[in-house]
Ligand binder design. Structure first.
Ligand code: PAF
Length: 284
């Protein structure tokens, strides 16, 4: 695996691969890799000849008071895992390489509607930061395909819309959530949990499963969402949102059948997110 820090090196390396007619896949990451990221690399490996992974803790997607400074940086371990997983190129630029003129006057990409509410409501500007850096990476790598985790369900929806609206010829693949044996969705932020908090954390997924089962039995949505918040609070979480949307993230209505239940909640220092799909019965 080649590790490249500079844009010019990345462009010239990928130009050669493209001239050979090779298909390129991109897996964007912020590092601190776990099995969820490795599933993205495995997915990319199946779909392309050359797998490029980026490792960049993107300051633009962190709000004031969020965990930019404390975000875990584990470069050597990440590099070793990517090599082992069969990644061909690791692009790990410095902040000054992607944002040489600073963040204040940086051109930003805004994806309306789908990026509003949910995490976009609680983290103003977050999806502009994600959309901007992902657009930049798409422009630099020009991948045929890019893989993103379904844990960040709203992020995936934002990126699908970005690619569609800007006519980028990139296939976006959503990769299923990878969970620990107790159900907790793998996340770099799980590392912020104390051992006591870690033992409480699976209650987030358990709550989603309980609500999904009740919704699929036809129980009314509003009561259930309220009960779900209480379940989370009783388990030690401070809920941020718990919402049912249709799978495109539009509000549900009486004709919605394919829905997704999405939650974000704080547990100690960690803000955890998770989601689960729900098949609503016709009588809903
Ligand atoms: O999901 C992430 O790790 C980040 O939001 C991404 C897509 C790498 C952009 O910084």
């Amino acid at each position: 695996m080649r590790t490249l820090r500079e844009i010019d090196q990345l462009r010239s390396t990928l130009r050669e691969h493209r001239q050979q007619g090779l298909r390129i896949a991109l897996v964007p990451t912020m590092g601190n890799l776990h099995a969820g990221h490795l599933a993205l690399v495995a997915c990319a490996r199946q779909r392309a000849d050359i797998v490029v992974s980026s490792l960049f803790v993107n300051p633009m997607q962190f709000g004031p008071g969020e965990d930019l400074d404390g975000y875990p940086r584990t470069f050597n371990a990440d590099q070793a895992q990517l090599t082992e997983a069969g990644c061909d190129v690791l692009f790990a630029p410095a902040v000054s390489a992607l944002y040489p003129y600073g963040l204040d006057t940086q051109t930003r990409v805004h994806v309306p509607v789908v990026g509003e509410g949910l995490c976009g409501g609680s983290r103003p500007g977050h999806f502009d930061g994600v959309s901007t850096v992902v657009s930049m990476l798409f422009n630099l790598v020009q991948p045929d395909v890019a893989c993103f985790g379904e844990k960040d369900y709203q992020q995936l929806a934002v990126i699908r819309k970005l690619v569609r609206d800007l006519h980028m010829p990139i296939e976006i693949i959503g990769v299923p959530i990878v969970r620990a044996a107790d159900g907790l969705a793998l996340s770099s932020r799980n590392g912020y949990l104390s051992s006591e908090e870690r033992s409480k954390a699976p209650a987030l997924f358990r709550t989603l499963c309980t609500l999904r089962d009740a919704l699929e039995r036809g129980e009314p949505i509003e009561n259930l969402l309220q009960q779900g918040k209480v379940l989370l609070e009783n388990a030690g979480f401070t809920p941020d949102y718990l919402e049912l949307r249709d799978i495109s993230l539009a509000p549900v209505n009486s004709t919605t059948r394919n829905a997704v239940l999405l939650a974000a909640a704080k547990l100690g220092p960690a803000r955890l997110i998770d989601n689960i799909t729900v098949q609503l019965p016709a009588s809903q």
